[in-house]
Design a protein around this ligand. Structure first.
Ligand SMILES: Nc1ncnc2c1ncn2[C@@H]1O[C@H](COP(=O)(O)OP(=O)(O)OP(=O)(O)O)[C@@H](O)[C@H]1O
Ligand SMILES: [Mg+2]
Length: 223
C-alpha cells in the first residue's frame, strides 16, 4: 500500500535518509524508532508529501506522491505539534479544515471528537486548550476523514494515562479494521503494545529491527 523506493533526503551536505526501501502493508501498525534527529519526522513528511525526497519516490496505492498527486488523499496524519486557529473552538477548527476536503460531514467531525474524548459542543477556543487537548484534536483531525492510512508522529505526546489508553485502543481497533498505521515514538511501551513491525533509523539507514534489538536501541534513547 505504501512503497518507499530508494528514498534519500539531504539538507545541503547533511544526508538524513540514505536509499531507504520499505513496503508497508494494510492491517498492520508499524513503529519507527531512532534517536533524536535520526530522521523519523523527515521520513514521515516524505510519505505525507510535506517534503520531497532528494532521490527515489513514495508510491501510495499505485500513485507517486508529489508527481501523480501533490498530497495523498487517503492519508490522515499528525506530525509534530498540530497547529490550529486559536480563536476558534475545536469543532470550528475541524470544520474549517474539513472544508478543504468536502467529503467530511459535521457528523464525521462530531464522531471523531467524541472518539478522542473531546466535547464537540464545547465552545472553548483552542487557544485556551491544554496541550493534551490540542493533541487529541490533532488525532481527531487525522481520523475525521476515515482515511485508510494513518501517519502519527509521537501521537501520545502530552496525553495523560487515560488518553494514552484511549488512543492505544483506538489504534488497535483501526488496525483490526484493516488500516495501515505508522507511528514514530520514543515511548517503548507504545511500540511494544502497538506495533506489528518496528523499523529503526540509524545513520540514514532504516531497517527492520528484531524485538531484542529494538529494545536495545530504545534503552539507549532519550525518553
Ligand atoms: N527542513 C529542514 N531543513 C534542514 N534540516 C532539517 C529539516 N528538517 C529536518 N532537518 C534535519 O534532519 C535531521 C532529522 O530530523 P528529524 O526531525 O527527522 O529527526 P527525528 O528523528 O524526528 O528527531 P526527534 O526524535 O527529535 O523528533 C535533523 O538533523 C534535522 O536538523
Ligand atoms: Mg521527530
Amino acid at each position: 500500500m505504501i512503497e518507499i523506493n530508494n528514498v534519500s533526503k539531504s539538507f545541503g551536505e547533511q544526508v538524513v535518509l540514505n536509499e531507504i526501501d520499505i513496503h508497508f502493508e494494510e492491517g498492520k501498525i508499524y513503529g519507527i524508532i531512532g534517536r533524536n534527529g535520526s530522521g523519523k519526522t523527515v521520513l514521515l513528511k516524505c510519505i505525507c508529501g510535506l517534503l520531497a525526497p532528494t532521490k527515489g519516490n513514495v508510491i501510495i496505492d499505485g500513485k507517486a506522491v508529489g508527481k501523480d498527486m501533490d498530497y495523498p488523499d487517503n492519508v490522515g496524519f499528525i506530525i509534530e505539534n498540530p497547529s490550529f486557529l486559536k480563536h476558534y473552538s475545536g469543532f470550528k477548527n475541524l470544520k474549517y479544515l474539513a472544508s478543504i476536503r468536502r467529503k467530511i460531514t459535521d457528523e464525521d467531525i462530531i464522531n471523531s471528537m467524541k472518539i478522542v474524548g473531546l466535547d464537540p459542543y464545547d465552545k472553548k477556543k483552542v487557544g485556551k486548550y491544554s496541550l493534551g487537548m490540542r493533541q487529541r484534536l490533532g488525532i481527531a483531525q487525522a481520523i475525521m476523514e476515515k482515511p485508510d492510512i494513518l501517519i502519527l508522529d509521537e501521537p501520545m505526546n502530552s496525553l495523560d494515562n487515560k488518553g494514552v489508553t484511549d488512543i492505544r485502543n483506538l489504534l488497535l481497533k483501526l488496525r483490526d479494521q484493516g488500516k495501515l498505521i505508522i507511528i514514530a515514538s520514543h515511548v517503548k511501551e507504545d511500540i511494544d503494545v502497538l506495533c506489528d513491525e518496528v523499523y529503526g533509523i540509524c545513520d540514514g539507514k532504516c531497517s527492520l529491527t528484531a524485538r531484542k534489538d529494538s529494545e536495545e536501541i530504545q534503552a539507549d534513547m532519550v525518553v
